[in-house]
Every structure is written in C-alpha cells, then in structure tokens.
Design a protein around this ligand. Sequence first.
Ligand code: BGC
Length: 785
Amino acid sequence: MKRIIRTALVMSIGLASTQCNTAQQGSTAPQTETAEQTQTTAAMGRSTADPRMRQFVDSLLSQMTLEEKIGQLNLVSVGFDVTGPVVSENVDENIRKGNVGGVFNTYTPVAARKLQEFAVNNTRLKIPLLFGYDVIHGHRTIFPIPLGLSTSWDMDAIERSARIAAEEASADGLNWVFSPMVDIARDARWGRIAEGAGEDPYLGSQVARAMVEGYQGNDLTQYNTVMACVKHFALYGAAEAGRDYNTVDMSMNRMFNEYLPPYKAAIDAGAGSVMTSFNEINGVPATGNRWLFTELLRDQWGFDGMVVTDYTAINEMIAHGVGDEAHVGALALKAGVDMDMVGEVFLKHLKQAVAEGKVTEEEITTAARRILEAKYKLGLFEDPYKYADEQRAKTTIMKPEYRQAAREIARKSMVLLKNEKQVLPLKKTGTIALVGPLAKNQRDLIGNWSGAGDWKQAVSLEQGIRNVADSSIKINYAKGANITDDEQMIQRLNAHGGELQIDKRSSEQMIAEAVKVAKSSDVIVAVVGEAQGMTGEAASRADITLPGKQRELLMALKKTGKPLVVVLMNGRPLALAWEDENADAILETWFAGTEAGNAIADVLFGEYNPSGKLTATFPQVVGQIPLYYNHKNTGRPYNGQLLDKYKSRYMDVTNDPLYPFGYGLSYTTFNYSQPKLSKSTISPSESVEVTVNVQNTGNFDGEEVVQLYVQDVVGTITRPVKELKGFEKISLKKGESKTVTFTIEPEDLKFYNNDLDFVLEPGEFKVYVGTNSRDVKEASFTVTE
Ligand code: BGC
C-alpha cells in the first residue's frame, strides 16, 4: 500500500466544506478582499477585482430599486430562434420596466442595435443588455461539430475556430456565447455527445481552454471578443442510459477525477460565465445545488463571473420534485445562480421571497452585481453598441479567409477508420459512383447547433468532388436510400428544422438504381450517416447503427464487387461492425461545416492526408455502452480466453471496442520506437521525461498524433488502466523521423482520493506511448516515498 503524500496544493472539497462568502461580496459598500480570497484569485491566474469596476458597479447598485436588481437577473429569448420548450412573452414591456438583464437569440447588427437602443433609451438607469447566443462551432462560417473539432487534436486549430466565431458574432450584435460545452460523454446514445470533446478529461480540458481563449482573447472589452459560457455545470454528459435530461448519479471520486477537470480548465482559462445543467447531482438538481455553485465553483475554484441557468431549468426543479415555483426560485438564488434563462421565476417570486425572509436583498444584490460586472467587463457601459457594427459585419462575416480556415480545420477533423489495400486516396480521374442520402446534401453538413449558419452556403460532397478532382471525372449519382424511412422520426425531425427530403420511391427501387450506377463505375463512394437532427439536444438514439435502409444499401453495393468507400456523416460514435468488416475504406467526417464537401474531397483525393483521431470510443454494439478506454481493471479482468467463464465479459461479444479512443489511420504509416525514460526512479517532486522516436515509414507525407498514457499501478483507490497525459501532433515527411519528448510532472500523477485530497501516491507507474490508446509501447518508473 502506498503512503499518501499531501502536496502544497491540497484541495479539500467535501460536501460540508467552506462557507459561502457571497453575501459579503454583494454588499453595496466597497469591500476589501480577505487574504484568503486574494490568494485563491491569484492562484487562479486572474487579477483581483478591478477597483474602478467595483466603484462603478457599487454606485449603480446604490441607485437601483429591488425590482430593478431583480430585473437584471432575467434573461429572455427574443428573436430568430427557439431553443427550448417555451418562449418569452411581453418582452418590450418587460424591458421598459427594467425587468430584463439580457436577451438571447437576437442577432444581426440592426436587430441588436434596435433592441439595445430600446433598452438604453426607455429604462430609468439606461443599463445596456447582454446579447447571448448559441455560437457553438462557428457563428456564420460553420466549423465541424465540436466532437469533430476535438478529433483534430489540434488546439491551435480549435482556438482559431473559436476566434473566428468571436469575430463574426461580435460584429453581428452578440457579446456572449453559450460555449464551450465541455461535458464529458461516454455514451454515444446521448445526442449531445456531438457538442463536446468526447470522453477524456485531459483532452477535454485542453479543448476547453483553447475555446475560452479563442472567444475571449486577452481582453473582453475589445470590440471583437465575446464572453464565453462554460456548460453545462455539471456532469450533464452522464445522463443515465444516454437519454437526454435523465438522472445522473455519480461517486465523488469519479466526479473529481473524470468529469470535473474540463469545467475547471475553462474556469482557469478565465471563462466569464457558467451555465447550469438540467440534471441532478447527488439528489439535488444542479440549478439549485449550493454545494456545486457556491462551495465548489466559487469558493474552491475561485470563479468570480456570473452563473446563468439553462433554459427554464429553475422551473424544471418543480418536476424534479424539490418544491413549488417560489421555493425553487429561492433555492436557485441561494445556490449561487445569478440569471434565470426564460423561466421568469426570479422575476415573479424574488420580491415576495425577500418580504417573507426566504432570501435576502443582499443575495439579490450579489447576483445583480455579477451581471453588471459582466456588462462592465464587456465594455457595455462605455459603448452599448460596440457589438452591433453594420460595416464590420459586412467586411467580417464569412470572409474568404474564414471559409478557407473552415476547410483546413474540417480536413484536420476527419478520421480514417479503415483503408484496406490503400483504396484511398482516390484517383482524380475515371468514374465514381456517388451514392447515398448525404452525397448531395447541404442542410445536414452544418450540424445541429449552427444557429446563424446558412446551410445553403455549405458545400456538398458532390460539389467538393467537382472542385477538387480532375475536370474529366465522371460522377454517376444515385440517392440509394433515405436517411430514415421511419415516418414518426421524419415528422419529428422536420418539425424542428430537419428539412429532410424524402424520396417516395420504394427502397428496392432506390437500391437497384444505386447498384446499377455502381456497376458502371470504377469505385463507389457511399455517403451515409445521420440527419443532423438525430444528434444534439433532445436527440438520443437507442439504436446507434446507420438508420433506415442505409446498411441494406451498402450490402447491395458490396455485392457488386466494386471497391466500396464509405463516407460517414454523423454526430456520434456509431455501431459499425458490418461496415468495418465489409467496406474497403471508411472515412468519418462528422458534420464538417460550411466547407464540408471541399474538405472531404481534399481527403478523398489525397490533397490532405487524414490525421484525425477519435476522442470517443466506437463500440461494436450498443449494448457495450458505456465503453471508454480509461476504465478500471475490475477484480476479474477478461484475458481473452474463450473458456474462462468467471471474468468480466459478455457471452455474445468481446469487451473490445470497434475503434478505440485515439484511433485513426493515415495514408502513410508510422513506426514507434520503444519509449525511453530519463529516470527509472524519481522523488515525488521530480518530473520524468519520456522520449520516443517516430518514423514515417509509408509513401506519403503525413501528420501523427503521438499519445502518452500513464497508469498508476497500485492506489489507495482503484485507478484507471491508463489515462491520457500528453499528446503532440507532429508532421513528418516521407521517410522522416522525429523524437518526441514528453515531460511527466508530479501534477500528472496525482488524483483525488476518497477524502478528495489531490495526491500523488508513491509506487510504480506505467507509461504507454503510441498511435492510439490500444496500440502502445510500454515503459515504467517508480516514485519513491
Ligand atoms: C441548451 C443549452 C443552450 C440553451 C439556450 C438549452 O436548451 O441545453 O445548451 O445554450 O438551451 O439555447
């Protein structure tokens, strides 16, 4: 058994830990920070509150009535989009009365300016509004869905996508984006797995930081930066059975080691706001969870920004069964929530709650202060119209260099899952059978959360092929199948903007036509997958195979004997056992955004050598879920022995994924040397270097994501079989080799034990280096007592 070493940065995060300090912050008189508070803030790398901001906000608050303070806590949906079950009413009247702190779903400089003018000119204190929006993977220029961004493993590219989104959004009337979504997800049935960075806390943390830095830049007051909103705090991705909005129940040890790190990384990167999640945590809905928002987020993590609820999440606590509307409103405020999205519970009940002594005016002042501070940080009091600039919108939105960036980033996100006999890259000449419901599609390419994106601007794969291949190329097209033939599913998708074009011919007819064009072509490119509306919010699927008759289509195409290239467009890991066995090549392209068709064609024809790696495990069958690489060993690990009965295994399928985390092929091949360690024994304060030589042994120049995993072999609590602790994306010319060096710091070896102390336990550590989480080479070192 190892001895536990408590380090300088011990964090004791028990359920009954530190007291709330919000009442103190909320007092209208200027406050001096306690030494402890200053230390926490400094440790988080942020400056302590700006004294000028304090003075300004204090003075404003001192002029505000209780009603006006409550008004600041109200966020209404007004404008072009409906993103939840109810809509805000009487908006003009409410703004005039000072009952609105911010709006979302309104954009364009003209609309935003009009609304802002209305607020500023018609309210007593002329307080400008926040303008929020779901800018998730691009604003007008749409990048790959977040799951796709993450499979690039390229943090500069991800940050660039967020920077461009901020440039466009801030010219288009917006100053606040509801992104990044950093929920760890291990269940491909959950539609929102599309919106995050997959299953890994380390990679998820890097992505969270890159996104926040991309949106916010170094200075929020700049005209071209926007406030990020980290969501959904917390654990939303662990919904039971992958069903959206479902119950979450999790041990503290899993929470701290596996699910919380990306939120923390986003906070440490300075994210200005946090959104609550719909689920419960430890039996208390997140939106009313004081431990989560006050003790953990603010007191322990030092977060000093504003907290907004998710859409009507306060009201939904009634259905969760924790009280009536007045009660859940008080619960949310006391938990540390500042702004009520759409639900208007604060607006309706808080005044009375003060009168009845259920909440204090100080608590309301504190929440109002945080919202006013956000407006101050954004520079809205200096110029309420800085984010609504028609001229800048004209010169910024969808400019050619942004489209070019979208194409480059989309190429990086694609994952080559199979490429037998080097069927890819394709020749730029000859005849291609271009088959499948997504081959000419534009609507689905921009994904599900592409609010202001215009799908008519998206490049279809058919167009992309024409743009990239030789002009002599002949394309024989057949739709082959609908994405789905399920009437109810079609109705539901189309009721929410699915724009699904259903071919009324029988599936036999459609397949026969596809087979015919396949027979007269050199190669088949079958473009199959999901409709965008089958992914994202409220879009869980219990069956994650290709929907509709698409597999039947592939089966018929296979029988032609022609080389079969499957191009996938989808928003989640799919169960593709048949496709993996039968297709010659499979390219996962997700929903790749505005430039999807060009980017896919670049990859298909070898203009770009694929370099993406999966960030979420692909199972063989849905019944294996949750399936993730950083699992525990169990007391009876399966050893591959067929007749060994009493092991942790299934009767009907192996434990292996179809494609593991970190997996992705290239047109070239890479050879890894045995990893070398700088030391075989280190003290708990030392670091160790791991070097590995990687050689490009194939026939193409290419990029490789070199991955480093660590295993803590013996712990006071059980530890995962391996955990990602480093990666580097390198570029290697044909024949070239490079040495990659990783430094494992003591922090990388620590974890939260069952007392929630962040500890490094001496003993043996294994190091794995390789091209994915499965195919690795091993070394080990010891940490002494
Ligand atoms: C979603 C959030 C989103 C919000 C505003 C909610 O339904 O869960 O992710 O930001 O709506 O549109």
